[in-house]
Design a binder for this molecule. Structure first.
Ligand code: NAD
Ligand code: UDP
Length: 332
C-alpha cells in the first residue's frame, strides 16, 4: 500500500513508518515539525534503507495538503499529527481544538474526495474518562478532564459519522494506553522539548543526571503500593499494531485498545529502570498531580482476536530501550 502518515517524524509516527516500510509499504510523511525534527528522516533511512518522501506541511492548511493527495495514489492515511500536552491544552484550549480537530476534518474530507478508503486515527485511553477498569472498547466514553482529551473524543465522533455515510471510507480508531520505550537501534525515540511531563522521559533524564530527582505524584492511591498505575506499552509494539490495523481494516468503523492489559505502578517503573540499566533513579513522594486517575489499564483482547495483535515487549525492554535512546540522543 501507499500510505500517508501525518506526524510521521514524531515519536509514535516515526516508529510506525519504520514498521510500515519493513512490512513492504510505501510511506509519504506530512509533518509541520512543531514537535519533531527533519533529521528523523535520516534515522529512518539508516534503519530501513529507505528515506520516505516528506512534505513540511501543516495539516490545518487544506490548500497545502490537497496537492499531496493529488500527487500520490494513497491507499490509506494514518493520522498521528496532533498536539498532545495535556497541561498546555488547558492553558491554550483553542489552539488544541483548532490543531487537532481541524486537521482530522480536512484529512478525512480529502481522503473521501480522493477515494482513499482506509483511515487510522491516533486516539487515547483518556477518552474513557473515569470508569471501571479495565477499559473495554464497548464502554461509553465519558468526559475527559482537559481539552486535549476532548479533541480525541471529538475526532473519533467526526470520523465515525463520516464513515457511517461514506461507503468506501473505513475508519480504525486506535486508543493508546501509555506508549514508552524506543527503537532498539537507539536512533529514534521520544525527545520532548524542555522538562518532560511524562514519567518515562523524566526517569531517563534523572538517570542521566540532567534532572536531579523524580517527583512521584502521590503514594496514597488505592493501588498495591499507593502510586499511580498505568498500562505502559512499548512503542514498537504499538507501531506494529498500526500496520495490522491498516492492513486488516474491513468494517466501516473499527475500534481497538492498544495496551498490554496489565497495570504497572510508578514505583515499579522506577525499580525496573534501575535494574534493567544498573543506574540510580532518586525520587521523592510529592502531592498527587491534579486530574490524574489512580489506575487504569486496557482490556486488550479485541485487538488480539480481530487483528492477531498482542504486545510482546516487557517492562524491562521498555526501560532498556528508553535508556539506550536517552544515552545516544543528541539534539541535532
Ligand atoms: P509527537 O508530538 O512526537 O508527534 C506528533 C507529530 O505531529 C509531531 O511530529 C508534530 O510536529 C506533528 N504535528 C502536530 N501538529 C501538526 C499539524 N497541525 N500539522 C502537521 N504536523 C503536526 O507525539 P506522539 O507521542 O508521537 O503522538 C502521536 C499521536 O498519538 C498524537 O495525535 C497524540 O495525541 C496521540 N497519542 C499519544 C500518546 C502518547 O502518550 N505519546 C497517547 C495517546 C495518543
Ligand atoms: N508521574 C509521576 N511523576 C512524573 C510524571 C508522571 O509520578 O514526573 C506519574 C503520574 O502521576 C501517573 C504515571 O506516572 O500515575 C504516568 O504519567 P504520565 O504523565 O507518563 O502519563 P498519563 O497516564 O498521565 O498520561
Amino acid at each position: 500500500m501507499i500510505i500517508l502518515v501525518t506526524g510521521g517524524t514524531g515519536y509514535i509516527g516515526s516508529h510506525t513508518v519504520v514498521e510500515l516500510i519493513q512490512a513492504g509499504h510505501e510511506v509519504v510523511i506530512v509533518d509541520n515539525l512543531v514537535n519533531s525534527k527533519k533529521s528523523v528522516l535520516d534515522k529512518i533511512k539508516t534503519i530501513t534503507g529507505i528515506k520516505p518522501t516528506f512534505y513540511e506541511i501543516d495539516c490545518t492548511d487544506k490548500e497545502a495538503l490537497e496537492p499531496v493527495f493529488k500527487a500520490h495514489p494513497f491507499d490509506g492515511v494514518i493520522h498521528f499529527a496532533g498536539l498532545k500536552a495535556v497541561g498546555e491544552s488547558v492553558q491554550k484550549p483553542l489552539m488544541y481544538y483548532h490543531n487537532n480537530v481541524l486537521s482530522t476534518i480536512y484529512l478525512s474530507e480529502l481522503a473521501i474526495k480522493y477515494k482513499v478508503d482506509r483511515f487510522v486515527f491516533s486516539s487515547s485511553a483518556t477518552v474513557y474518562g473515569d470508569q471501571e477498569v479495565p477499559f473495554v472498547e464497548t464502554m461509553n466514553l465519558l468526559p475527559t478532564t482537559n481539552p486535549y482529551g476532548e479533541t480525541k473524543a471529538m475526532s473519533e465522533r467526526i470520523l465515525k459519522d463520516a464513515a457511517t455515510v461514506n461507503q468506501n471510507f473505513k475508519v480504525s480508531l486506535l486508543r493508546y494506553f501509555n506508549p514508552v520505550g524506543a527503537h532498539e537501534s537507539g536512533l529514534i525515540g521520544e525527545s520532548p522539548n524542555g522538562i518532560p511531563n511524562n514519567l518515562m522521559p523524566f526517569v531517563s533524564k534523572v538517570a542521566k543526571g540532567e534532572l536531579e530527582i523524580l517527583s512521584v505524584f502521590g503514594n496514597d492511591y488505592d493501588t498495591p503500593d499507593g502510586t499511580g498505575v498505568r498500562d505502559y506499552i512499548h512503542v514498537v509494539d504499538l507501531a506494529k499494531g498500526h500496520v495490522l490495523a491498516i492492513e486488516k481494516l474491513q468494517d466501516a468503523i473499527e475500534i481497538y485498545n492498544l495496551g498490554t492489559g496489565h497495570g504497572v505502578s510508578v514505583l515499579e517503573i522506577v525499580s525496573a529502570f534501575e535494574k534493567a540499566n544498573a543506574v540510580k533513579v532518586p525520587y521523592k513522594i510529592v502531592d498527587r498531580r491534579p486530574g490524574d486517575l489512580p489506575a487504569y489499564w486496557a482490556d486488550a483482547n479485541k485487538a488480539y482476536e480481530k487483528l492477531g495483535w498482542k504486545a510482546k515487549k516487557t517492562i524491562f525492554d521498555m526501560c532498556k530501550d528508553s535508556w539506550h535512546f536517552e544515552k545516544n540522543y543528541k539534539d541535532e
